[in-house]
Design a protein around this ligand. Structure first.
Ligand SMILES: C[S@@+](CC[C@H](N)C(=O)[O-])C[C@H]1O[C@@H](n2cnc3c(N)ncnc32)[C@H](O)[C@@H]1O
Length: 292
């Protein structure tokens, strides 16, 4: 038995009398198989407690008291809504502005200055979570391209989590999310909330206009999204099996323009994956065929 140790907060009298949700090892195996099949996520041994807590929380929210009923509903639900809620509860959306700063320095020092085309650069943040990654790109790109009177890049930001995408699309963050060495720079470039928004910062309209959000599951064949000059696919492959990683990297490489860059998380490696990309520096790869 895997017991959810979660103590629900602020439950009503009726709900607070519910006993903790208990998942059997078979229940865990069913959820793991589903997460693998639908989202590529590997919930290996050691994740039982975490899964029990998160699935338990979701079951309470949806008012299920037995796993059997919940799983039955998950399978019968043709809208896919329950599956979406499951993935929202199982994924970790941890992110921050300027996370793994070396990548942003690389854009500013090498990629942006080399851009000579008259078309807008196309950048994809392929697991954008709550938006800090694509907005960091938009902020530094806006500063660079505006001063050179070049068109602002277009940024596609996608994730599988609708919950994370909802937050991202609002473009508003509490001040604590801006705690970073570059916080003073960020504060200067964001709009400071007033009144009921005191303590919050939001993106300026011109920054929001640079970013288009979309729900994309990276383990399925990609929709028709065109080609990109830079793809950020960071801190998501760690959840996938080696085979799923290899398939994803090959799809991403196919979506790169010649000379385009693929940026992965610094704890992720493409070692052992056939990708045909050139290794540029840690966690940065480039598709061959650039004119310079
Ligand atoms: C840890 S966050 C990384 C956010 C950001 N890229 C960064 O490095 O800060 C991982 C994100 O991957 C998303 N994710 C997990 N599985 C996915 C899938 N199959 N397709 C698309 N996104 C997925 C999660 O919803 C989550 O927002």
């Amino acid at each position: 038995m895997i017991r959810s140790t979660l103590q629900p907060k602020a439950l009503s009298g009726a709900q607070s009398s519910l006993s903790p949700i208990v998942l059997t090892h078979r229940d865990f195996a069913l959820i793991s198989a589903l997460a693998h099949e639908e989202f590529g996520i590997e919930l290996g041994p050691g994740k039982e407690q975490l899964v029990a807590a998160r699935v338990g929380k979701l079951m309470r929210r949806l008012s299920f008291s037995s796993f059997r009923e919940f799983y039955g509903h998950l399978q019968a639900d043709r809208t896919g809504q329950c599956l979406t809620q499951l993935i929202d509860s199982l994924t970790t959306n941890h992110t921050s502005f300027f996370r793994e700063q070396a990548h942003f320095a690389f854009l500013v020092q090498h990629v942006f200055p080399a851009w000579e085309s008259s078309r807008p650069m196309r950048i994809w943040s392929a697991a954008c979570s709550t938006g800090e990654e694509p907005y960091t790109i938009a902020l530094i790109a806006n500063e660079h391209f505006q001063s050179r009177r070049q068109p602002a890049p277009h940024i596609l930001a996608s994730d599988i989590s609708t919950h994370a995408l909802d937050t991202a699309q609002k473009g508003a963050y509490p001040a604590q999310r801006l705690q970073h060495a570059l916080a003073p720079w960020l504060r200067k470039h964001l709009l400071r909330g007033e009144g009921q928004w005191d303590g919050w910062y939001r993106m300026r309209p011109e920054i929001m206009d640079m970013v288009e959000f979309r729900r994309i599951n990276l383990i399925h064949p990609l929709p028709d999204i065109g080609r990109f000059d830079v793809i950020f696919c960071r801190n998501v492959m760690i959840y996938f099996s080696h085979q799923t990683q290899a398939q994803l990297v090959s799809r991403l490489a196919a979506c790169l323009e010649p000379g385009g860059y693929l940026l992965v998380g610094h704890s992720e490696t493409l070692t052992g994956i056939q990708h045909g990309l050139q290794h540029v520096q840690p966690a940065i790869y480039r598709k061959r065929g650039a004119s310079k």
